[in-house]
Design a protein around this ligand. Structure first.
Ligand SMILES: *Cc1c(COP(=O)(O)O)cnc(C)c1O
Length: 384
């Protein structure tokens, strides 16, 4: 009975990463420098080119830079799903803008197109789709709606590395800016970190400047350039959002392993889909034709027939040494968002029902088949 605890998530960090980080530490250049430049280049190559990538110290920082670069400010509104992490929309508040939270589609758990349409006002400036769990939002109609109303689109792609939509990688679509996360439990990690991707060269330039104090040149540019190293100009009150070379060295190794990570996640997800099909569960939606799910999360929902509540399932899994999580307590239930915008659960029937019935179960590349079998067996014990 006393098997070791199986955590909900674990990073997959091997000897190559440890050597690369050690090398960065020994190199004498630990802050943003050559490794970060290389990480940005390799990230662009991974996406297939045609975009610029800007490394930042979190996706939250990237989302903030994105909205700032697109000119979002006081009185503006951005539309986002309630079923997301607070980071998606807290950045709008940093800029004095308002978050307009909307409901989700009950099948995909992604933002609902009709809900976006109804939420558009003269103050709306941007739509922020979140590719929940790693399944792409249906971007074509969202992009069409945005262009019809002259709105910007900033994709929160924290879960979506790599996610395919209609044969194209998220990050290369027609949105304005896309932001990825390298937080500890994401599909690849730099400890903390993120990458902002855009085709908009003006926005890219602004984000590079704002990433580092509003300086016209970063430390590495000053180090390698012919003009005096001590000279720089401050052109705006910027932020301190640059990624270190220590983190980028880790990121470069993780990026090389990403194709293998994806493959392992697909195998694990497929096995869950098959092995849990006989239980009273709503299993996650799979990608549409031409798509690929990143399987950052595997979120099961209890069907009505389950006759057991979500909290009990979590407790029973915990009793068997299995870690879980819930993604997310929707923002309309979070005191700050609820009170600021007077949100009630009946305004978000789908997000609220999903929340009340959902459990995220362990899915990560460092997980063995035997460990996954423990989860499958435990769910059969608990639910039958
Ligand atoms: C993880 C996450 C973020 C924030 O990423 P950080 O890199 O931790 O700032 C934003 N949005 C979603 C949906 C996330 O899951």
């Amino acid at each position: 009975m006393s098997q070791p605890f199986l955590p909900f998530a674990l990073p997959d960090i091997g000897d190559a990463e440890i050597s690369a980080v050690t090398e960065a530490l020994r190199s004498g250049w630990v802050t943003t420098g050559p490794k970060t430049k290389e990480f940005e280049q390799r990230f662009v190559e991974f996406l297939g080119g045609g975009v610029e990538a800007i490394a930042v110290n979190s996706a939250t920082a990237g989302l903030h830079l994105a909205l700032e670069a697109l000119g979002i400010g006081p009185g503006d509104e951005v539309i986002a799903p309630s079923l997301t992490f607070t980071a998606t929309v807290e950045v709008a508040r940093y800029l004095g803008a308002d978050a307009v939270l909307v409901d989700i589609d009950p099948v995909t758990l992604n933002i609902d197109l009709e809900a976006i349409r109804k939420a558009i006002t003269p103050r709306t400036k941007a739509i922020m789709p979140v590719h929940y769990a790693g399944l792409a939002c249906d971007m074509a109609p969202i992009l069409a709606l945005a262009s019809e109303h002259g709105l910007k689109v900033v994709e929160d792609a924290a879960h979506a590395l790599p996610t395919l939509y209609q044969g194209r990688l998220v990050g290369t679509l027609e949105s304005d800016i896309t932001v990825f996360s390298f937080y500890a439990n994401k599909t690849m990690t730099t400890g903390e970190g993120g990458m902002v991707v855009t085709r908009n060269t003006d926005a890219a330039k602004r984000m590079r400047v704002m990433r580092l104090h509003g300086m016209s040149r970063d430390a590495f540019d000053r180090f390698v350039s012919k003009t005096p190293a001590w000279y720089y100009e401050i052109v705006a009150p910027g932020y301190k959002y640059n990624l270190t070379d220590i983190a980028s060295a880790l990121g470069l190794q993780q990026l090389m392993r990403l194709p293998a990570f994806v493959e392992r996640r697909q195998v694990l997800a497929q096995r869950y889909l098959e092995s849990l099909a006989d239980l009273p569960l709503i299993l996650p939606a799979v990608a549409a034709a031409g798509g690929q799910h990143a399987w950052h999360l595997f979120v099961i929902r209890l069907a009505e027939a389950a006759r057991i509540d979500r909290d009990t399932v979590i407790q029973e899994l915990s009793n068997r040494g299995i870690g879980t999580s819930v993604h997310y307590v929707p923002l309309h239930r979070q005191p700050y968002w609820r009170d600021r915008y007077r949100l009630t659960t009946d305004m978000f029937p789908q997000a609220d029902l999903a929340y009340q019935t959902m459990v995220s179960i362990p899915l990560y590349t460092a997980m063995t088949d035997a460990q996954q079998q423990r989860v499958i067996d435990a769910l059969h014990e608990i639910l039958v």
